[in-house]
Design a protein around this ligand. Structure first.
Ligand code: HEC
Length: 321
């Protein structure tokens, strides 16, 4: 019997290899509170239009989104999510959510921790998404946690985080008109207007040059259901959002007492199309969480944060553990 158990364990170990890396003791890592808020149809083009978003001129002059907005997210989400006119000291602004979901929370804070073990970068989030109505948009997964990683070579994302990839003509957005467009980066498109970039891309040579210059965002996602193993996906956002092969992203998650605890990881050194992540580099990350079986734009998002490896003055410093 003993012998049987032992050989069974060995066989099981081969079939289901254990995670190749040691677990990080997250209790020993200090966290940063980051509020995720519901953005409605606030697109890149919307945010760059002064009559729509009054910080647009200042943004164009060089003031980044986070400078004005970090600290305000907890008020933004709840008023956007209702789909009602939005109230500010300066007056009323029209709704930016045409299809509100009754009872949907406007946002929630996540405690974010990062670390590395010399081989992998780990990004850990703990959050309680609250009571979520079932949107029935993604029946397969209750919750999805996404990290948007910017290697520092996407000027729009360095300044505006995920909003750089979120356009007015993407699926479900104000100028989407039934299109199935995913996220994309502005410089890949031939012409950007208030409605977005449409389907006309730059020429092949220009696109190849952008690629060679590292102009892309990585999208690391953990798809979750309570009580089940997390499913990890790696994608890249360039002229569209596309799955990357091989998938170098792993994810682990559990939910205890309503609190999700989710860890995404990726090797620091990685061959193209991934960007290698090195000590001394300045990176930017943004977060998105789809709660209540939502898909596409119906998520919570964060403003961008800086990320450094081993040491530095970034918002999030992944120290060696
Ligand atoms: C100079 C400060 C400033 C900058 C920079 C700025 N904003 Fe704003 N933003 C505002 C103000 C003020 C409002 C309040 C609404 C208004 O008057 O338009 C606002 C409103 C918003 C709202 C709606 C909030 C709500 O509660 O309805 C969103 C979303 C938003 N901004 C996103 C962005 C994004 C994305 C960027 C960067 C691309 C950005 N903002 C840059 C000042 C700024």
């Amino acid at each position: 019997m003993k012998k049987f158990t032992r050989s069974f364990l060995l066989a099981a170990g081969t079939m289901f290899p254990m995670a190749a890396h040691a677990a990080i003791d997250w209790g020993s890592v200090s966290g940063k509170d980051i509020v995720l808020f519901y953005p409605g149809q606030a697109s890149w083009e919307w945010a760059l239009t002064p009559s729509d978003m009054s910080g647009a001129d200042d943004f164009r002059k060089g003031k980044n989104c986070d400078v004005c907005h970090i600290g305000e997210e907890k008020d933004m989400g709840p008023q956007i999510v209702t789909g009602k006119p939005r109230l500010f000291k300066t007056g009323e602004k029209p709704p930016i959510e045409p299809t509100p979901m009754p009872g949907k929370p406007g946002g929630f804070p996540a405690t974010v921790k990062v670390a590395n073990d010399g081989t992998n970068l780990y990004v850990h989030l703990e959050f309680n998404e609250g009571a979520q109505p079932d949107a029935k948009q993604d029946p397969a997964f209750a919750t999805k946690v996404t990290v948007m990683f910017d290697n520092g070579k996407v000027p729009e994302a360095n300044r505006g985080g995920c909003f750089a990839a979120c356009h007015d003509d993407s699926a479900g957005m104000a100028s989407g008109a039934g299109a199935n467009r995913t996220m994309y980066l502005p410089r890949t498109h031939a012409k950007m207007t208030r409605q977005g970039g449409g389907d006309a891309l730059k020429g092949a040579d220009d696109l190849a040059k952008l690629k060679a210059d590292g102009y892309q965002l990585e999208f690391w996602q953990a798809s979750l259901n309570p009580g089940q193993p997390a499913k990890a996906t790696a994608e890249i956002v360039f002229d569209k959002r596309e799955v990357v092969s091989p998938n170098l992203v792993t994810a682990e998650a559990k939910q205890t007492g309503g609190v999700w605890s989710v860890t995404l990881s990726r090797p620091l050194q990685a061959a193209a199309p991934y960007s290698s992540i090195v000590a001394g580099g300045t990176y930017y990350i943004g977060f998105a969480i789809h709660s209540g079986h939502t898909a596409r734009r119906f998520h919570y998002v964060s403003y961008e944060r800086t990320l450094a490896i081993d040491s530095g003055t970034a918002d999030l410093v992944a120290m060696k553990k």
